[in-house]
Write a protein that binds this ligand. Structure first.
Ligand code: GLC
Length: 638
């Protein structure tokens, strides 16, 4: 057990108190033994830290920190290196503020596009999700800032998240929902894992020995500490026994008293308490001491990184007649309040207060692109505003008559998605839908830019000639989007989740968000593209889809001979050429199929991917290690 010397000097009461925090954002100090408190706080897209003097409950009174692209966008980069850089950059800001642990990344799978918190998660695929989470973790932990991989596990909806029981069969649990955490734990080696609020197959995650001890520690070899989600502790004594070490936030004397009594009455082995105390001490005593000196360039460096990540991640979904890129020197008409007031982050515990936010209009101004703007719709209401509509239509008609381009910003507004509740449907706000139809009648080459943490239904796709999915792009979102629309870079993002034609087509439909007490994962292993490809169900845009301004040709695919021995990573090789006129990046994706399998398998499973940048005319052989985890299945009998 770690720090046995200190633990042995602590009284039972001190130990019982130490396994719960001090306030909302600190571990406790033990001054008598020279143990200081350390700070742990959010979040996955940037450091969220209360401003000095902020009162309890003032959740938006925050220090200014970089708002990076959300996980729903950065996953589309298919570039783990970018996530490592993001984790490192957030760690730099943590070190300046003396924060010892940053609460992220989120590795829950996107079971349904309706989940209000999907903006904070990477993908519907466990391999992509695990790889991105592991890289973010390595980036932060590599700088000495601890991370907290969350929310372990099977937390795929916000409705009744504090108590709903996720009922999921072994194969889906092992091959999908736990696989996303397994890869992140094994490759990322996070200092901590955060247990979720919900139950899994009958037991709260905060006291689930199967998850916290059997799987996490005994099978995956995790040696860090398990911290509860804030307020997730149900029975604290059972929690300790299951392997949950630190309860957040502080729970006062109630649980400490229960722990003391349980030990005194022989219901809790003191060694179990000591083990938890040792793990929390190990975290607290290995935290960086003090704060690093403020780096005047850090904010600008991280803004530039946020812009680059957004640019490398946004997905060009449609580009009819190569309408994009636009000429940055030609006048352009811009419609949509979201072009002036960008949605760049999600609501809830990941909410940040960035030092600055660059809108699409700011980016046009910065680049010297002449533009005219009309809001077209309000973002604080779903009702159409006839005056705004008329102005937008007049601008669109004028642009059409002058042969100028029209860029329309559409997307989900604040109220449509957030931590704490789920979406009810997949539609755009009605006022935007109405305007889009009218704009398409006024201008025949509409470019649409979408902002939102998750997909929408696109019955209006015929009204636009080009569609760029910017998701929630962080504080530099407008610049990243403008960089792509005006060709300062070629898009290279690929969808990390399927865009279905309709909500009714989604695999969890009818079983999301479940009933009063539990939610049944009836779709089993058929989540996301695993379902649509197996069921032969058409979709609007498939997982892995994304267009480029250049063109690539593929040749000489070499596959590993025979079946790889357990644990080795068989490698595929493919020769890729950029036969277009400009430098661009491509994401090579390898999928496993199991045509002769004697057990039920999804039609396809992502088995490997690599992003490669090629100059015009350049050819490269791309090595593609195939992840054995993607080839295995869980045999419930064995
Ligand atoms: C919230 C979130 C979790 C966050 C924690 C602290 O409820 O579920 O992601 O890290 O509490 O804010």
């Amino acid at each position: 057990m770690q720090h046995a010397d200190i633990v042995s000097k602590m009284t039972l009461e001190e130990k019982a108190a130490y396994v719960s925090g001090r306030g909302a954002w600190h571990t406790k100090a033990v001054p008598r033994l020279g143990v200081d408190e350390v700070e742990l706080t959010d979040g996955p897209h940037g450091l969220r830290k209360l401003a000095p003097g902020a009162k309890g409950g003032e959740f938006t009174n925050l220090v200014h920190t970089t708002a990076f692209p959300t996980a729903s966008l950065s996953a589309c980069s298919f570039d783990p290196e970018l996530l490592r850089e993001m984790g490192g950059a957030i760690a730099d800001e943590c070190l300046e503020h003396g924060v010892a642990m940053v609460l992220g990344p989120g590795a829950n799978l996107k079971r349904s596009p309706l989940c209000g918190r999907n903006f904070e998660y990477f993908s519907e695929d466990p391999l992509l999700s695990a790889r991105m989470a592991a890289s973010w973790i390595r980036g932060a932990e590599g700088k000495g800032v601890a991370t907290s991989l969350k929310h372990y596990a099977v937390n795929n909806q916000e409705r009744r998240r504090m108590y709903v029981d996720a009922v999921v069969e072994d194969r889906a649990l092992r091959e999908l929902y736990l696989a996303s955490f397994e890869g992140a734990v094994r490759e990322g080696k996070p200092r901590s894992v955060m247990c979720a609020y919900n139950k899994v197959n009958g037991a709260y995650c905060s006291e689930n020995a199967f998850l916290n001890d059997r799987v996490l520690r005994k099978e995956w070899g995790f040696e860090g500490l398990v911290v509860t989600d804030w307020g997730a502790s149900a029975d604290r004594v059972r929690g300790l026994e299951s392997g949950v070490d630190l309860e957040m936030p502080e729970s006062g004397t109630a649980n400490a008293g229960r722990i003391v009594r349980a030990v005194r009455e022989g219901r809790l082995d003191e060694a179990v308490l000591d083990r938890a105390v040792g793990r929390v001490l190990d975290f607290a005593l290995s935290a960086p001491s003090g704060k690093t000196a403020p780096d005047a360039e850090l904010a600008e460096r991280n803004h530039a990184l946020a812009r680059r990540i957004g640019r490398e991640s946004a997905v060009l979904l449609k580009n009819e007649g190569a309408l994009l890129p636009l000429d940055p020197s030609a006048p352009v008409a811009v419609v949509g309040e979201l072009a002036r007031t960008p949605r760049y982050q999600g609501a809830g515990s990941s909410f940040l207060s960035p030092p600055r936010v660059a809108s699409f209009l700011d980016a046009l101004g910065e680049a010297g692109t002449p533009f005219a703007f009309a809001a077209g719709y309000r973002i604080d209401s779903d009702d159409a505003d006839p005056v705004l509509e008329a102005e937008a239509l007049a601008l669109a008609r004028g642009a059409a008559s002058r042969g100028e381009a029209l860029v329309v910003h559409i997307g989900l507004t604040e109220r449509y998605e957030s931590e704490g509740y789920d979406r009810e449907h997949l539609r755009l706000p009605p006022n935007q839908l109405a305007l889009l139809g009218k704009l398409a009648a006024a201008h025949e080459r509409v470019v649409a830019v979408y902002s939102g943490g998750a997909p929408v239904e696109t019955p209006w796709i015929g009204s636009v000639r080009a569609l760029l999915a910017g998701y929630l792009g962080g504080q530099a979102a407008g610049e990243s989007q403008a960089d792509l629309v005006f060709g300062r870079a070629s898009p290279s993002g690929k969808l990390a989740e399927t865009w279905p034609l309709a909500l009714e087509d989604t695999p969890a439909h009818g079983n999301f968000p479940g009933g009063e007490r539990n939610v049944l994962y009836k779709e089993g292993i058929f989540v996301g593209y695993r379902y649509y490809t197996s069921a032969g169900k058409p979709v609007r845009f498939p997982f892995g889809h994304g267009l480029s301004y250049s063109e690539f040709s593929w040749a000489a695919l070499e596959l590993p001979a025979g079946v790889a021995s357990a644990g080795s990573a068989p490698t595929a090789r493919v020769t890729l050429s950029n036969i277009g006129a400009r430098a661009a990046s491509e994401v090579v994706q390898a999928y496993a199929a199991f045509p002769e399998s004697r057990i039920e398998r999804p039609a396809l499973a992502l088995a490997g991917f690599a992003k490669v940048r090629l100059e015009a005319g350049e050819t490269k052989t791309v090595e593609l290690p195939l992840d054995p985890a993607a080839l295995r299945y869980w045999d419930a009998k064995l």
